[in-house]
Design a binder for this molecule. Structure first.
Ligand SMILES: [Mn+2]
Length: 317
């Protein structure tokens, strides 16, 4: 007789810890892979994603990296073509070194890491293409993985290095903002942050050096995206030295659609969104503040401000 399928026996998607020999490791910023391109992109975005992964793999091989770490926001949106995810799994599975990842706000539903098993990003972990990391030790260096959390604080985790999906500083909101006081208390000396798509030079914070390599894909037409470097970091587990490798990218005019067209489509999307929000707010006795709803959907302050202003002007607020 066939054994009955029992969902309880499957267990939950769990974080893993590993130990690897001393050497170099690579850190890759927000990937935002997607079978549906970001609205700004007019090129073959799928090809661009796989080209980036190929370049990443080549550098990992040249540098003989022991591991490749992804800083979250693995996928751009949660609706993905199965075929695309299958290919992504295959590509990640044949990378030069084992791949580990933390998860970002784009990978989970409602800022809930427990929702990962239901999202396409979860599939990358289920397949074994990526390991959802807790602590990975490379040589003598322990690296702690922090996922995206609304109230971001590092703990004293006994690790000299950490990865997190969090902003270092923004004046508009405390949400997703890394608590700078906790960096010092954590004892972490080398911290890599995702979430910010813009790359920044390394920043010293007491004994800690913070690296923000920036996203490896350009998904918006913000000014900083036009000329910025697209890069990955390679660090040494024993010396903690970090070097950057620049990826080859196309010119902005070859990947982005005309800005006017994008703005028009965004305006249409906002119309639909505001209408649906107005309807959903009207049907609840106690609705969530609009700004809170918006912050669940996007981190883009400009978009939030625009939507709030639009809601006011449209009489929704
Ligand atoms: Mn991101």
């Amino acid at each position: 007789m066939k054994k009955q399928f029992n969902i309880e026996e499957l267990g939950e998607l769990a974080k893993t810890s590993s130990s690897l020999p001393a050497g170099k490791f690579m850190v890759v910023g927000d990937l935002h892979a997607s079978s549906t391109p970001p609205v700004s992109r007019g090129d073959d975005y799928i090809a661009a994603v796989f080209d980036k992964l190929n370049q990443i793999n080549k550098i990992a091989s040249q540098e003989e990296c022991q591991a490749i770490f992804f800083l979250g926001d693995l996928l751009h949106i949660k609706r993905q073509a199965h075929g695309f995810i299958n290919h992504l799994n295959m590509q990640l599975n044949r990378m030069y070194a084992p791949c580990f990842a933390i998860i970002g706000n784009h990978d989970e539903y409602n800022d809930d890491p427990d929702s990962l098993a239901k999202s396409p990003s979860g599939g990358l972990f289920v397949s074994g293409a990526l390991s959802w990391m807790d602590i990975v030790q490379i040589g003598s260096l322990k690296i702690k993985g922090y996922d995206y959390l609304p109230e971001m604080a590092l703990e004293d985790c006994g690790c000299r290095a950490a990865l997190a999906h969090a902003f270092l500083s923004h004046d508009f909101s405390k949400r997703g903002l890394l608590d700078s006081g906790s960096i010092e208390k954590s004892g972490v000396e080398l911290l890599f942050l995702g979430h910010d798509h813009k790359p920044y030079p390394p920043k010293e914070f007491g004994k800690c050096v913070i690296h923000r390599p920036g996203s490896v894909t350009r998904g918006s037409v913000h000014d900083y995206q036009m000329e910025r470097v697209v890069q990955v970091a390679v660090a040494d587990s024993e010396t903690l030295e970090v070097k950057y490798h620049t990826l080859k990218v196309k010119k902005p005019e070859d990947i982005f659609r005309a800005k006017a067209l994008i703005e028009k489509e965004e305006r249409n999307a906002v119309d639909v969104f505001v209408k649906s929000m107005g309807e959903s707010l009207a049907s609840k006795e106690e609705a969530e503040p609009v700004e809170k709803v918006l912050r669940k959907l996007t981190d883009e302050e400009e978009v939030i401000n625009f939507c709030v202003k639009y809601c006011r002007e449209s009489g929704v607020l």
